[in-house]
Design a binder for this molecule. Structure first.
Ligand code: MV4
Length: 455
């Protein structure tokens, strides 16, 4: 096992990883930017080192500064968390060259899954269902239109290098298709420096269902059930839950088997997520694979009883998976709300500033993952997530009741937050009845989508 691990991240996930390391008897090294000197992750780690100025590009994305820190403090491995360098194949490769274990999959796999069109083709070859669409990269609106006619409208135009909704447009018919294609392509070119596109049939009102997989270096792969992450606002998840209400044991077995097949097809290692779109008729299709631990991993930890961060560290150190497929039992129901420093009344604009007071909920089945404390200054330089509130109950009804109670108790003063927005969602008849799809917020909370460009 490792003696010392560096955490190449900040905020609540850095805190989460440091706690797992401490429980495992492994020393932790925090890295921080000049804006994060007073951060909780710096205080909790065994050692901490400044890696640059506030902008991410000069600190948390600064590969040579992070590698130098690991070498100087003799860390044997780096946990990248999520965001920042977590899905950067170049960084994973740099770690390998410097003899530092990157806690995640190989650079080759990160690269392969990072190209969404290539990932899709890989899954087709592995016999994983994908949404009907194009195989060859498209660069030209004229040719793309011919493909769209073949697939049948409506279609969705996606950037090969994309993901998370950028460089994406829906075309309802041939009319306006070329404009949509060119707009998406321009966005892809600007955003990723890659103008290759692909097209799929557009699925209306799907659910975003993702399966957690975990793989060791010996080819063992398990899945730990699904998360329903359909409730999103402009491709940002707002609330996640596990299990999904409309997935029965038989469908879970089928989708889980498919997720494991997908991971095995690429020789996957460490924690990963297979994203599916689930259609209203219960057909499911591979959408993307995320090659990192995800924000919403705690809901899976609650229902599976597996500590995903510890498992990541163990398999990265060369150990076998601690769980066999037949040992996995999904029990109860978990819900996560993401608490952000933002103002829902003002188009969710970020609201950095000083936290003057907080009160955290607690009790049976309540988990709070956060880095904030009284008098903490939320810097304006990073994403606005302050906290994850996660609850666990015997069933969905109890989990909803716990979340309602926990959100009601939560106090964060000094800055604007989305707590009331989350409270409204949890208390809505639509959420309670389980009428959930990716258009949940525009459908039931249209007052919150003003100024949105839709997709
Ligand atoms: C789709 C789709 C419908 N049909 N693909 C959005 C982000 C990216 N990961 C893929 N996305 C979608 N792809 C086809 N063929 C609908 C979406 C989509 C979506 C997916 C998950 C969660 C929220 C969403 C919101 C709008 C659109």
């Amino acid at each position: 096992m490792f003696g010392k691990v560096l955490i190449a991240n900040r905020g609540e996930i850095a805190v989460r990883i440091i706690r797992a390391l401490r429980e495992m008897g492994i020393r932790s090294v925090a890295v921080y930017s000049e804006a994060d000197r007073d951060s909780l992750h710096v205080m909790l780690a065994d050692e901490a080192i400044c890696i640059g100025p506030a902008p991410s590009s000069e600190s948390y994305l600064n590969m040579s500064a992070i590698i130098s820190a690991a070498v100087a403090l003799r860390a044997e491995a780096i946990h990248p968390g999520f965001g920042f360098l977590s899905e950067n194949a170049k960084f994973a490769d740099l770690c390998r060259q410097c003899n530092i274990k990157f806690i995640g999959p190989s650079p080759e796999i990160i690269d392969k899954m990072g190209n969404k069109s290539e990932a899709r083709n890989t899954m087709v070859a592995a016999g994983v269902p994908v949404i009907p669409g194009t195989k060859e990269a498209l660069y030209d609106a004229e040719k793309a239109l011919m493909e769209a006619e073949r697939i049948g409208f409506p279609v969705i135009i996606k950037a090969s290098a994309g993901g998370g909704g950028r460089g994406m447009r829906v075309a309802e018919s041939a009319e306006g298709f070329k404009e949509a294609f060119n707009a998406a392509q321009l966005e892809a070119e600007k955003g990723f420096g890659d103008n290759s596109m692909y097209i799929e049939r557009y699925i209306k009102k799907p659910r975003h269902i993702e399966f957690q997989v975990m793989a060791d270096p010996f080819g063992n792969v398990v899945h730990l059930g699904e998360r329903d992450c359909s409730i999103q606002r402009r491709h940002q998840k707002v609330l996640e839950e596990s299990p999904c209400d409309v997935i029965d044991d038989e469908l879970r077995r089928k989708m889980g088997e498919t997720a494991v097949k997908a991971a095995k097809a690429v020789g996957y290692e460490n924690a990963g997520t297979i994203e599916f779109l689930l259609d209203e008729d219960k057909s499911f299709y591979f959408m993307e694979m995320n090659t990192r631990i995800q924000v919403e991993h705690p809901v899976t930890e609650f229902v599976s009883g597996v500590d995903l961060i510890k498992e990541q560290i163990r398999v990265a150190a060369g150990e076998k998976l601690s769980i066999k497929p037949e040992d996995v039992k999904i029990k109860g129901h978990a819900i996560e709300c993401r608490i952000n420093a933002e103002n829902p009344e003002k188009n969710f604009r970020p609201c950095p500033g000083r936290v003057t007071d907080i009160h955290l909920p607690g009790g049976n089945g309540i988990r709070v993952d956060t880095h904030i404390y009284t008098d903490y200054m939320v810097p304006p330089n990073y994403d606005s997530m302050l906290m994850k509130l996660i609850v666990y109950g015997k069933d969905r009804k109890e989990a909803i009741a716990k979340m309602r109670s926990a959100l009601g108790e939560l106090v964060v003063e000094g800055i604007d937050t989305n707590v009331d927005f989350e409270y409204d969602i949890i208390n809505s008849p639509a959420f309670e009845s389980g009428d959930i799809s990716t258009d949940f917020i525009p459908k039931y909370f249209p007052e919150y989508v003003k100024g949105s460009k839709g997709l």
